[in-house]
Design a protein around this ligand. Sequence first.
Ligand code: HEC
Ligand code: HEC
Ligand code: HEC
Ligand code: HEC
Length: 445
Amino acid sequence: MLALLAAAGALALAPLGGCEPTEERGRPVILFGGDNQGVLAACGCPSNPSGGLAKRTALIGAYRRTRPDAIVVDAGDVFPDHPHPVKVKYVAMALARARYDAIGLGDQEFALGVDRLRELQAEHQLPFICANVRDSSGNLVFRPRVVREVAGPKGSNLRGRAGIFAVVADRAYGWPALEWRTGLAVEPPAEAARREVQALADCDLLVALAHMPLYEALELAAAVPGIDVIVVGHEEVMLPQGRRAGGALIVSTGESGRTLGSISLGLRPGGKPDLALRMTELSAQVPDEKWVMDLYWQYVKESKDKPPPDWNLTPIPPAYETAEACGKCHPDEYKQWTRTHHARAYESVRKARRQDDPECLLCHTMGHGRPGGFASMAQAPALGRVTCQGCHIVTADHDDKGVKPEPQININSRVCMSCHGPVQSPDFDYFVYKPRILHKRPAGQ
Ligand code: HEC
Ligand code: HEC
Ligand code: HEC
Ligand code: HEC
């Protein structure tokens, strides 16, 4: 136990593997993120060890040690798109303790409902902002902006006010589509942004948190002069150098919170801000902040065996059956399948000691949280893997019922991508991966 504790202590003190702040000391700094998707701890998938609030917070902490006034903002989708109610609470706790200055609300936040968001804001003092969403009486549902003083070292002229506002685009997203707007009025972002630029006219630096596609952010920059920095959320594209449009620097951290952006400011009152951008990958070298990991394990404990009912991303077969049941009539396919990684999917999660995290079981087992699906290794060991039904949505009596599965037509890259998403399988390429799982070698090979 003691040895373990010592190891954990050493980890917390370990250098950040080349990811530590390198910006000129004394220059004020804005740290930004977006699209964190409720990731507390990076998943153990070796292809993607990066991201998550635990690493993000460790890096923010490293900045704060030399720059206590670092401004920390997020452009939205801090919560996951299929939120586990227990997880929402823990993400809110982590965000509160990480002391963000502003969180621009995205559609995934609004999908929780304004009432729930207000509850979270009140309970955890979260700095939610949004300048263009109103209720039925025409009032903004959250405050539109925050203003922060930034200062360089004593005696320097690096001192000024940073104004931060947020807007969200009124458009259909993949999920939760447009439902999030029910009962709300979403003003065109450019109109709200113009008003905010006026309201913040006495600031030395203007930052917009823009939850919208990149092209709309570029249009916003062109349509609304006076914004210095636009942090784009929801776009899931990482811009290593940023983009310039209409006098603004457009920045975006890309999918699932895997990078933290920083902008160090040469800020002269009355003068033009001079901005230096850096994007740091929250790679395996960045240690996990211990208190965030503690929250993660508490979440796991509380959510164990409690997957929310609407969580299964993969198509649902009429009933869950084992690969062995299919193998009775398809012995060759069965034999080949047992040699694939799909047949051992639970093992990887267990080896990573994350078998109690309901999120991992989503793709590493069949039908977790569904009637008849995987609940535990004791109850349904044969479903602790990606069975035939992961790709073929039929039951074993399909022949009796005259149902003829049509693999050529039914199986396409979308079937795979319900599990092989950009976070867990960033290298996924259908034409490279498919040959590795084919039951038969194509003729002539
Ligand atoms: C009782 C025997 C039996 C069982 C059990 C069975 N199948 Fe089949 N399956 C067949 C037969 C027979 C065919 C051929 C039907 C045809 O071509 O008309 C077939 C065809 C298929 C095909 C399409 C093959 C092609 O060439 O188009 C797929 C895919 C398939 N089965 C998947 C499954 C899966 C998945 C399971 C388990 C959930 C399963 N089968 C269980 C008998 C069975
Ligand atoms: C959205 C689906 C999905 C979720 C959720 C998911 N995984 Fe994975 N995981 C995958 C896929 C797909 C792969 C294969 C990636 C590849 O090789 O391209 C994978 C691979 C892995 C591997 C590597 C297996 C090997 O080949 O050695 C580990 C370990 C792993 N996942 C652990 C986890 C853990 C722990 C969690 C929960 C924090 C998790 N996964 C959540 C889909 C998922
Ligand atoms: C990872 C996805 C995946 C899994 C899991 C999977 N299959 Fe398939 N299966 C395919 C694909 C893809 C094809 C079509 C091959 C093609 O397009 O050339 C196929 C084709 C088939 C066929 C048609 C004949 C053939 O061999 O091509 C049968 C039968 C079949 N699968 C049965 C099974 C059985 C039984 C299992 C479980 C033991 C299983 N499959 C698991 C993807 C999968
Ligand atoms: C139900 C979720 C799910 C579906 C659907 C799925 N996979 Fe996977 N796949 C996984 C998981 C989880 C792993 C990692 C297994 C492990 O733990 O080793 C994986 C691993 C793999 C691997 C091994 C990666 C490697 O390291 O070589 C290949 C190849 C693969 N999948 C191809 C496919 C293809 C092609 C499809 C679609 C026809 C598909 N998968 C559909 C979940 C899925």
